[in-house]
Design a protein around this ligand. Sequence first.
Ligand code: WTA
Length: 651
Amino acid sequence: MQPTAIDALLQETRVFPPSDEFVKQANISDPAVYDEAARDYEAFWAKHAEQCLHWFEKWHTVLEWNPPYAKWFIGGKLNACYNCVDRHAQTWRRTKAALIWEGEPGDERVLTYGDLHREVQKFANVLKSLGVQKGDRVCIYMPLIPEAAIAMLACARIGAPHSVVFGGFSADALADRIRDAQAKVLITADGGWRRGSIVPLKRNADDALRQTDSVQKVIVYQRIGGDYTVNMQDGRDLWWHELMHNAPLTCPAEPMDSEDLLYLLYTSGSTGKPKGIMHTTGGYMTGVTLTAKWVFDLKDEDVFWCTADVGWVTGHSYLVYGPLSNGATCIMYEGAPDYPDRDRFWAIVEKYRATILYTAPTAIRAFMKWGEQYPRKHDLSSLRLLGSVGEPINPEAWMWYHEHIGGGRCPIVDTWWQTETGAIMITPLPGIVATKPGSATKPFPGVFAAILNDKGEPVGANQGGYLVITRPWPSMTRGLWGDPERFIQTYWSKYDGLYFTGDGARQDDDGYFWLLGRVDDVINVSGHRLSTMEVESALVDHHAVAEAAVIGVHHDIKGQGVAAFVIVKEGYPADESLKDALKQHVAQKIGAIARPDQIFFTADLPKTRSGKIMRRLLRDIAEGRALGDTTTLADPAVVQALKEKYEGHEE
Ligand code: WTA
């Protein structure tokens, strides 16, 4: 983040205490909960694990902590699907809506807990009939339709860890993830809808499967149908509806060990290779269930809308596992916020009387830009709580959200967390904590955070530093699939025994946390994590590119945009059409989210004497700042020339 933005944050003095009305009805309103958790965090988590989940067998040991490895609720047996479905389907909630789904073209479906119970059992039987056993990895590459959640829950039911790959990712990205996880089965759809066009999921899957060999069966859900046909390979590809037709109705939920793997979810790190974040059953379910209940103040009457796709951790934790574990009603919407018009979200809120909305700052900034006339067309009075996630929210966006969506009456929970943390870590509890626009406020009870300098010393109030988590928490990742060394290297080597988040932060005089963005080579584009090296690899994969350096630059809507400095091979014209071709190439290699916003041709890149590209200097250039320390450069003239050329360009 730019220094000016940090200063603006520090000058932010507006405070919004929860209203009496909200406090009176809140699930949690006694501030003593923070002290209670601080006094004995193991006892705190154990108490809530017991209260908010169903266990087939109770654990014998709450926590075993051998940094960086934690085991929680050892000896406990439970099933995530049972907790999200069966225990509600056995009560009056059998007829309560679990998922209210709307497709982008306007089709609608409502699935009750009873419906979910039936569908997940049938689909679990389908998986079993295809030879899927406990421990086998199943890859899910789906549009945002109820079957994506059904597939996840069915995997959880039989103990087969799922690996969901966002439907916006390319065939190559899918292939990398299938290969790394050695997935046995792939669940996909013929296609999905996005801004009125068909996303060719099955075609991408076919391309991916040509590059990998672990997948034995592919289950294809017919989302598009009609004239849209896809290739079905004999003996490998099977239609969802045909398999489900005769599937037996009952399939018991497998009692899983608390530490059994629930899922893998790939995310970008600071190298080109995505990492498979592992989450286990007991700790993860405890974390997501309690945070969903307290942070979103979930009640039976709520209609909760988390706008994330199941391809991201937010979709895993707060569209599927967290809210369903609480027996909540969730909205799921397949498509884009501006299709067919820019009021689509507000039409959905009005239509289903959504009470809680959880979305990303990038969406809020886009809504701001489009103008308040769109939300004003709709009755948003059902909303009572708003949430934000994925990137720092700037105070202007926070205020706009507060006024124009929340009607000035809804608390805003700005929730900081990561794929690795599994559940929300720093957040207001809306019935307790007064909020400040732009601050994620305080660690959730039972979570302990600190801000340190390079030497590992705590920094003072209003000083920037590295955000770390100082004690283990139940939903923390148990490691990276197949890469224990990278796990230690990435998160546990900077500070001994402390979890390094990769984020910068400050605490103000009241102890509130203000997140300042990533401090590593991860960039955050519209709340989605990308690695600079991933984009660089995609660029150099193009035949005209000799070398590339990628950085994140400030972007008004996306938070960060992708800027690429490219050295073109001899004989290729460095012109506009090559720029377009390169943008297209990256989108095709990774997915549309990685498409560079700016491409800048250069003859040279600033490097250290050992040949490392100095991205820091490129960021200085791209954001128009004075150049930082250039003493380690092999050739200082390179960067000066680049700066002059960049300032003269027209993009
Ligand atoms: C960023 C998404 C500021 C942060 C749940 C983190 C945030 C990365 C916030 C994780 C927030 C997420 N304020 N920054 N409220 N929420 N981030 O793994 O940089 O996709 O490290 O998880 O997003 O992204 P991930």
